[in-house]
Write a protein that binds this ligand. Structure first.
Ligand SMILES: NC(=O)c1ccc[n+]([C@@H]2O[C@H](COP(=O)([O-])OP(=O)(O)OC[C@H]3O[C@@H](n4cnc5c(N)ncnc54)[C@H](OP(=O)(O)O)[C@@H]3O)[C@@H](O)[C@H]2O)c1
Length: 208
């Protein structure tokens, strides 16, 4: 199965590297297609790169590895998203990373779903720092990826991707639970960048 990844920054490149390292194919798309082409060339035969719509057309699961504020304009360039699984990894942080721009009664994921009613949005990976996407960064630890969404099949597809690259996928309920997951992502940023732990921490829900 090919996974489309839109965005070639820290998260997009990190997810692409991890998937290819696990033997999974990726289609990379970017507003500057040359950046996606260059990353694909670096990743080898399992990766191809180009424009946003071209990458979307090749996959049933599309990861938006973009700032929350870029979702709306990027979707306009994405072509037909009907029936696609769209993975929202974003934390809708303020410019200083100290707060969330939206929340309580909505979330970045729900706002995204409202933009693409015919697609199935799934929240995942927002609590995983980019440096922990690759197995080498995790030093043998199995981290949890919280997967929230309203479509069971879509969540299963995203959980399969998380599992393929070595994470434990945790069923996190409906998409509206993104209202709670996004603040957890912000708390992770607080621990990582403002409380001295570094971007090498991740939250986990532990059963006793
Ligand atoms: N970094 C982390 O550790 C981390 C962890 C969890 C979640 N996240 C979330 O993951 C998302 C991506 O973060 P990142 O760290 O990968 O960011 P990044 O390194 O800054 O990369 C952002 C990517 O988005 C593209 N982009 C920016 N504005 C755009 C626009 N208006 N239209 C189209 N493409 C646009 C950039 O393209 P250009 O190269 O053309 O600028 C780049 O490919 C964010 O929502 C963030 O909250 C990040």
């Amino acid at each position: 199965m090919t996974t489309a990844i839109i965005g070639t920054g820290n998260m997009g490149a990190g997810l692409a590297r991890a998937l290819v390292a696990s033997g999974e194919a990726v289609a990379l798309g970017a507003r500057d297609p040359a950046k996606a082409t260059a990353l694909a060339a670096e990743l080898g035969a399992l990766a191809e790169g180009g424009g946003i719509a071209a990458a979307v057309a090749l996959a049933d699961v599309v990861v938006l590895a973009l700032p929350y504020g870029a979702h709306a304009e990027t979707l306009k360039l994405a072509g037909n998203l009907q029936g696609k699984v769209i993975v929202d990894i974003s934390n809708p942080v303020t410019a200083d990373f100290q707060g969330l721009a939206i929340g309580h009664t909505t979330s970045a994921a729900e706002e995204l779903q409202a933009l693409v009613p015919g697609a199935k949005v799934v929240k995942a990976f927002n609590t995983i720092f980019a440096g922990l996407l690759g197995a080498e960064g995790r030093k043998g630890k199995v981290l949890q990826v919280f997967v929230a969404g309203d479509d069971a099949g879509a969540k299963a597809a995203v959980s399969k991707i998380a599992t393929a690259i070595g994470f434990e996928a945790v069923e996190a309920g409906p998409l509206s639970n993104s209202r709670f997951l996004e603040p957890v992502g912000e708390m992770n940023i607080q621990f990582g960048f403002f409380l001295g732990k570094g971007p090498v921490v991740a939250p986990a829900w532990i059963s006793v």
